[in-house]
Design a protein around this ligand. Structure first.
Ligand code: GUN
Length: 310
């Protein structure tokens, strides 16, 4: 059986390291402040934001959620961000993605002050990452690097394959792995013979957004497999296709689906990975908790820089 890389355990380690830093800032001047902007009613975004705010409160970080309606214009959102940029007690601003299609997301992300950009999405901070300068790093890939290091999984000299080229995960992930001296390939839906490329990976990062797409033939025996996917299946036929009757482990998945009417599944086939990998992140309980932990770290880093300077 491969080793399970437990995101909740690593999250607890990281957040317990955050606690004394928050206490120190609070005693010195004030708690760190995080503002989250959540537009409209995307159910997945609502869950993510609720968890971000909950973790902030548990750590003693001041946090507030601004909830403009789905109909908000780009101009109105720019005004919200501008106001947050000006407020001295706010150290971190996070605009939850995706924004509605009529909003110019790139303009909104560009408006967030780079000093308060706890997502690491501002082009200045993307440039800082690309050129190896300090600055906030995108939370999900930063959490994955923390996880690999804390489980002492070697990165330097290894072949890493990142499937997915998003600005939030794929691209920053590839840069971070490169800075850790692995040999990195980014691939995507247009890559010919994707399975063969993935089979070269000692470290395989799946961030495509397609349920169970990474099956056994994509995984090199002994690879470390990191699953960034969070896909909700709500159709029984899909569950039966991914978990055919009679396959060991399939009955449990079908029962879970029958109980809840939905099944959360990553981009990696959860039964195939058991047969091939040496270590893997489960869904849920793998990468998800790390994203929030790194958001806390980025917010505290920002507060420490700002409170010392003030
Ligand atoms: N949507 C999905 N992941 C993220 C994230 O890490 N930050 C923001 N702002 N939006 C997201």
């Amino acid at each position: 059986m491969p080793r399970i890389l437990d995101g909740n355990r690593i999250r607890d380690e990281i957040t317990s390291e955050c606690r004394p830093r928050v206490e120190k800032l609070t005693t010195l001047q004030r708690p760190p402040g995080l503002a989250v902007v959540l537009v409209g009613h995307n159910p997945a975004s609502e869950i993510y934001v609720r968890n971000k705010v909950k973790t902030s409160h548990e750590l003693g970080i001041h946090s507030e959620t601004l909830m403009p309606p789905e109909t908000v214009t780009t101009g109105e959102l720019l005004a919200v961000v501008d106001e947050l940029n000006r407020r001295p007690e706010i150290d971190g601003i996070l605009v939850q993605m995706p924004l509605p299609p009529h909003v110019d997301s790139k303009r909104v992300l560009l408006a967030v002050s780079p000093e308060k950009d706890v997502d690491g999405f501002h082009p200045c901070n993307v440039g800082n990452l690309a050129t190896g300068r300090p600055g906030p790093r995108s939370c999900t890939p930063a959490g994955i690097i923390e996880m690999l290091k804390r489980y002492q999984i070697p990165i330097a000299g290894k072949r890493a394959v990142v499937v997915g080229r998003s600005d939030i995960v794929g691209k920053p992930m590839a840069l971070m792995l490169l800075h850790e001296n692995s040999t990195v390939t980014i691939c995507h839906s247009k890559t010919p013979d994707l399975a063969a490329v993935c089979r070269e990976a000692d470290i395989l990062i799946a961030a495509i957004g397609r349920a169970a797409m990474i099956t056994a033939d994509y995984i090199r025996p002994g690879a470390t497999v990191i699953d960034v996917g969070m896909n909700r299946l709500d159709n029984r036929a899909d569950v039966e296709r991914i978990f055919p009757a009679g396959r060991p482990g399939a009955a449990e998945k079908l029962e879970a689906f029958a109980r809840r009417g939905t099944l959360l599944i990553g981009d990696v086939h959860p039964l195939d990975v058991l047969e091939k990998a040496s270590a893997y992140t489960p869904v849920p309980g793998g990468v998800g908790p790390l994203t929030i932990a790194m958001l806390m770290v980025n917010t505290i880093d920002s507060a420490e820089r700002r409170i010392v300077v003030c």
